[in-house]
Design a protein around this ligand. Structure first.
Ligand code: AMP
Ligand code: ZN
Length: 137
């Protein structure tokens, strides 16, 4: 039996408060609720991170994210909404089953992501982009 908490939620072996599901995706309320309405959109399949998604899974998650984002905006009259997704421990991922956070936002709500801007010269941007492009076969 799987030890993955989100696989257990998908299999209805542990409780969760579901907001949406289709063949590929299950969305449910984050138990931590950074702000009221904070939801998670997870793949039903045990896919660990963004690197492991196939095209159909990626499309299904993106569709659900957009749809549920609109629902959250209306339901909570959200001033803003953050879409957050972590891959790997270094990025803050704690549940190793792919999921996207949808967090309704308000001015001064205390949710902060440190964003240490470097503003490198254009030549650096060109170099970085070339390295990525070479790997997008
Ligand atoms: P991350 O740090 O992006 O991996 O986020 C994992 C999220 O899963 C956290 O925000 C947790 O609050 C949430 N979480 C963990 N266990 C459960 C659970 N049983 N039901 C709902 N949300 C959960
Ligand atoms: Zn899993």
């Amino acid at each position: 039996m799987t030890e993955c908490v989100f696989c257990k939620i998908v299999a209805r072996q542990i409780p969760a408060t579901v907001v949406f599901e289709d063949e590929a995706v299950l969305a449910f309320m984050d138990i931590g609720q950074v702000n009221p309405g904070h939801a998670l959109v997870a793949c039903k399949a045990h896919v660990e991170n963004v690197y492991a998604l196939d095209d159909a899974q990626a499309a299904a998650v993106a569709r659900a994210v957009a749809r549920i984002a609109r629902g959250i905006r209306e339901a909570f009259a959200a001033e803003g909404l953050s879409v957050y997704q972590a891959n790997g421990k270094a990025a803050g991922q704690t549940v190793m089953h792919y999921h996207v956070h949808l967090v309704p936002r308000a001015e001064g709500d205390g949710m902060n992501l440190t964003w240490p801007v470097k503003n490198p010269p254009r030549a650096k941007l060109e170099e970085y982009a070339a390295r990525i492009r070479a790997r997008l076969a």
